[in-house]
Design a protein. Structure first.
Ligand code: SF4
Ligand code: SF4
Length: 649
């Protein structure tokens, strides 16, 4: 007897449409809301598996990966081992696109199902890609598949991590492959598809990993590339050998021979091309419990899950897995970099200091740079750096650092920022002292600079370590706002600014804690001195020369002050003369910026230096060793003078 048979597989359609709508929403919001910075890979289980692999092999997390992705990777594995490839069947956007394009191919009758050796041979491709993806990711701590992943390329708008030609090639493979060959991407090209099939043979994966761990525990040394290669190669062999008998999962599609009328609609409708009508239990490696066959079957209770009416089971399990993954991922965070260089005893007795709100810590690179910086500090024995919530834990010697504030001071970089030039008519300035809470990071300095530029007449500010941070603001006399107005400015909750032609919106949470309404009065020259930061660069073996062989060529830099950020170009150019060994700037008694170009008397002359300063072009060596020639933007209207070194008076 026929019962109600919904024509659509709503369990699957709900997930597929919801995911695509979510991505469209993220894309539109990204376009209209510049404060929105979505991480399109935040919950990617393949990224999570790579991050976990990176953590186990190197003790660090790849790229911007966090525990959220790792938990999704673990949930993927749990889902496959106990149920099936639910992620592939229900929520993978590439699987959805491939499936829908396949329907287009069917409509025009151009889609084929590969069988025999072409099917077997092509399945090797995804294992090769799986090996390469893990190999390069673990080697570089950057997610290698970002270079060509069609999903990431499209969702991120082909951002800088994407190799344009690779990504376009992968998109073409996805589109054309899906139209002409059944589930081409999933069956033959997807590294996550390969990983998922390996987890269907979880005993193989667990066995090789177990042997590898035992070798390491016994003191052996074996590079992780070997278990990776064996697991990948073995996965391929198992997939083609046990294709129709991949098990032993706990949940299967079952067919009742008693009620089946052999109409073969189930086999026709299976997106994977599995011949459901010929088996009593679907154990095919490609089955992902999508349920399309159940929906297609005209006979009630013929196709079921484990011979029961549990069509709801895969979708429900998937929902639970996602929820558990998200909850655990947000509750627990693995450090991106976790390095301990102290002895076991030192670490056991170390104090642990936590600092949050480090906006500069954004990825594996900045996390590693932070760890390297801490290594050089006496009394620091290790760090754990968390990119996800931009915080750090520092393991320190309590005898060296008696107060945690000392460590906090180590992390703080005092800054001086000129917001706008002062007018020629300004002879005196007021210096107001404030304390501002939730302000710590160099990014905060940049945001405050933008904020004050837009909303106040402040000409400069400088920061000083304290808890909370001390900030001195400089105003021309009479231009300072009231305490209430300054509080309103500093406590702005959003900031919009433009950099490199792009508009950015940032959320802020600074709090003005105190404001000294009695300013210090400074003369113009004292203000210039207070805000001045000299440039000091030494090179060409400066320290190997004694002072008596050094002289200086002193020249005014007043015409070039707007080019301060490019002084390194001038210095690179001057250093081509091996007799030039240092470049230092300073202010003379009138507040004019001067440069001392230090040279070895016997190797070069002031005349040669002057000629180099006036050259039409600068010969530059960039940090990677590459050389180049650029037009000389510096101008020197007056000749310099030769003097002893040091003598800046
Ligand atoms: S056999 Fe059924 S559940 Fe499995 S993939 Fe095919 S249609 Fe989906
Ligand atoms: S669709 Fe149902 S009735 Fe038709 S062959 Fe498949 S299991 Fe049998």
């Amino acid at each position: 007897m026929k019962v109600f048979n919904p024509r659509k597989n709503w369990y699957k359609n709900f997930f597929q449409i919801a995911i695509l709508l979510l991505l469209v929403y993220m894309g539109i919001r990204l376009w209209v809301d510049k404060t929105y910075a979505p991480d399109f890979e935040a919950y990617c289980p393949l990224g999570g598996l790579q991050a976990l692999g990176s953590y186990l092999a190197r003790g660090s997390l790849a790229c911007t990966m966090t525990s959220a992705q790792i938990m999704m990777g673990i949930m993927l594995v749990v889902g496959i081992v106990f149920f099936s490839k639910l992620f592939c069947g229900y929520i993978c956007p590439l699987g959805t696109v491939g499936e829908w394009l396949g329907k287009l191919g069917d409509k025009f009758k151009v889609r084929f199902t590969l069988k025999g050796w072409p099917d077997t041979g092509l399945r090797l491709l995804k294992y090769g890609l799986l090996f390469a993806t893990f190999y390069f990711t673990l080697e570089s701590s950057e997610l290698w598949c970002k270079k060509f992943d069609p999903y990431y390329a499209v969702a991120s708008g082909f951002d800088t991590d994407v190799e344009l030609l690779w990504a376009i090639g992968a998109i073409l493979i996805l589109v054309l492959g899906s139209i002409f060959l059944r589930m081409f991407w999933c069956k033959y090209f997807c590294p996550l598809g390969a990983a998922s099939n390996i987890f269907k043979f979880w005993w193989w994966f667990a066995g090789i990993l177990g042997i590898y761990i035992i070798i390491l525990l016994l003191g052996g040394s074996l590079h992780w590339i070997w278990p990776l290669a064996v697991i990948s190669a073995g996965g391929f062999i198992l997939e083609v050998w046990r294709m129709k008998k991949a098990g032993p999962g706990l949940v299967h599609i079952t067919r009742s021979k008693e009620t089946c009328i052999d109409c073969h609609l189930c086999s026709e409708k299976c997106p994977q091309g599995i011949d459901v009508a010929s088996v009593e239990k679907v154990e095919h490696v490609d089955c992902n419990l999508c349920g399309d066959c159940i929906t297609a079957c005209p006979e009630a209770n013929t196709l079921q899950i484990n011979r029961r009416n549990m069509r709801w089971l895969p979708a429900t399990v998937l929902t639970l897995l996602i929820m558990v993954g998200i909850i655990l991922g947000t509750k627990w965070e693995l450090p991106t970099v976790d390095e301990k260089w102290g002895t076991k005893e030192q670490i056991e007795q170390a104090g642990v200091f936590t600092q949050e709100g480090l906006k500069n810590i954004k990825c594996f690179g900045s996390a590693s740079a932070f760890a390297n910086q801490m290594r050089s500090i006496n009394g620091v024995y290790g760090v754990s750096v968390f990119v996800g919530n931009q915080s750090v834990k520092i393991y320190y010697d309590k005898n060296v650092f008696e107060e945690e504030e000392e460590l906090q001071e180590l992390l703080f970089t005092p800054a001086k920022r000129v917001i706008r030039p002062i007018g020629k008519e300004v002879n005196e300035l007021e210096k107001y002292t404030t304390t501002v809470d939730k302000f710590f990071d160099p990014m905060d300095v940049y945001y405050l600079q933008q904020l004050m530029l837009q909303k106040s007449k402040a000409v400069a500010f400088e920061t000083e370590f304290a808890c909370p941070v001390i900030i001195h603001f400089y105003y021309p006399v009479g231009e300072a706002p009231s305490a209430g107005k300054l509080k309103e400015i500093i406590e702005s909750r959003t900031l919009t600014y433009t950099a490199s032609g792009q508009e950015f919106n940032v959320k802020l949470n600074y709090e003005l804690m105190s404001f000294d309404e009695n300013p210090e009065i400074l003369s113009r020259i004292d203000y210039i001195r207070a805000m001045y930061t000299p440039t000091v660069m030494k090179f060409n073996k400066f320290s190997s020369f004694t002072q008596d062989v050094l002289r200086q060529y002193r020249i005014s830099m007043e015409e070039n002050r707007a080019l301060r950020s490019r002084y390194s170009y001038l210095v690179s150019h001057l250093s081509n003369d091996e007799g030039v060994v240092a470049f230092e700037t300073w202010l003379d008694s009138l507040g004019t910026e001067m440069a001392s170009i230090v040279f070895v008397d016997s190797l070069t002359t002031a005349g040669q230096i002057d000629a180099a300063l006036h050259a039409d072009s600068l010969r530059i060596t960039y940090s990677g060793g590459r050389t180049g020639v650029v037009e000389n933007p510096f101008s020197f209207n007056n000749r310099g003078e030769e003097a002893d070194y040091p003598d800046n008076n």
